[in-house]
Ligand binder design. Sequence first.
Ligand code: AMP
Ligand code: ZN
Length: 566
Amino acid sequence: MKTIASELAYFLRGRVVKNIKYLVYYCIFLAGMIFLYAVLFRYFMWHLEGREFSLIAGIYWSITVMTTLGFGDITFHSDPGYIFAAVVTVSGVVFLLIILPFTLVSLFLAPWIEYRLSHRPEVELPPETSGHVLIFGVDSVTRNLIRRLKIRQIPFAVVTADANEGLNLEDSGVKVVVGSPTDPEVLQGVRVSEARYLIANLSDSENVNLCLTARSLCETPIVALVSEAEHGDLLHLAGANQVIPLHKILGNYLATRATTKGAMAHIIDSFGKLVIAEIPVHGTPFSGLSLSESLIRQHTGLAVIGLWERGNLTLPTADTLLKDDALMVLAGTREQLESLEKLTGEQADEDLIFILGHGRVGCAAASFLDRKPVPFILVDRQENPYCEEHIPIYGDATVRHLLKKSGIDKARGLIVTTNDDNTNIFLTLASRHAQSHIRIVARATADENVAQLYAAGADFVVSSASVGGSILLNIIESKTSVFLTEGINIFRRSIPAVLVGKSIASSNIREKTGCSIVALESHGEADPVVVPSPETVLKKDDALILIGSPMQEEVFSKFYPKNPKN
Ligand code: AMP
Ligand code: ZN
């Protein structure tokens, strides 16, 4: 069924659509010709032989003569009539029996055969291929990764056992190899030992098999996305170098953003001792103050390097107002983060979070909230076989009276995390409508639904595709940068030779490149200096952590090419 559909889909694409237009014009021309012959037939019959026929009889006569069927039930009995019938027969042979089939073959059949022959997916990569990323398993996460790899011009190939999926991916400009991902010959054909990375994104059991097969052939680093966090150890045993429990990570993202109690920082990433973390403004004593009034830096040593507001990340200045519904992005050490958590924890007030969906993500969010602890109520249609600690309320979360009966009116925060984006949009809209002040964080599986979730009233949306794609890219690029959001990166560089001995103020890094300094890692110092003062002198073995757009990062690299030893 799928095969027929994909073949039919061919006739709706590109050049073929134009050819269908030509075919329609030709059919109109043929219909016109038949009609003209029918009119002439009636005229000749009446004027030459005195016989009267209807227009339908004329059309019937024209078609039987043109197709050379000639039943012989209606015939002329005069010489001019015979001549007319002969002309109609010859034109029928030319236009109906020769030109029409020829048109069909040349406009449709031949291009289709050519397409099928030229688009047969590859079964191996060229022998000179190396340094490529091999992707096993295509979903919204790996599609997001593919987009990023294309932008960064990192070579990659997708390996799939499904020939149809392969053809569809090829149509969208992706290099595809068709073959079983767990067949050693296929892995050798895609030059696994020469690959830069192998991304295992199949089911957990298939990933285990893939890791074992790849490990029996080579030492190429493997990143495996694991569906159930507890399968991580098995994947490590099978040979995966890194295991990403994406659902657990998403659960943590959602839980930090949902709590209205404050004091729950979520570490996004780290550069050695420097950690980058997020914490909501709501529930902290800083709500409504400007950044300079908040004295966060003076009290904790942490720097606020970004502010999230309804999906937008801005880089704050001293006068930026810390709004209640914003989320601060902080840079500092773990100890500094803890001191902030203590400071904000004292302000704790009553909190209750509803988690709609107790699958892998909802369960991880619940476990994160348990740590604090923040009280929560889980709602799901079905039991989670992997969870032994939580007892959810069973039922469909879209049924409002079920939520009301469970006490949703008392909730301060809501985590919308079913596995269906449409349900999540529906739940977000319904909850925002019923409770205008509730804090809503929602999960999106596909990037294209992020905007709809914000439009439906979510305060924060976390897209698994974006989070997963950026984690994978970071690993592939050996973590030269931390992804904050589309368009803003944090990256680490050693001090460029031309800046050694200069102060930060005289280096003019910001003016020249647009990048801001987040921290300075001084050689011999245990802790990085977060947002160093302008008088700080840059030394040879120091390193800078900077924040900027990918373009600004590129400008930095052009101004200050990397030292060969870095
Ligand atoms: P996961 O993708 O593992 O986080 O699982 C998502 C969870 O959402 C599953 O446990 C589903 O049962 C649950 N779910 C999906 N739709 C609904 C719904 N309408 N009401 C309640 N739970 C739902
Ligand atoms: Zn659970």
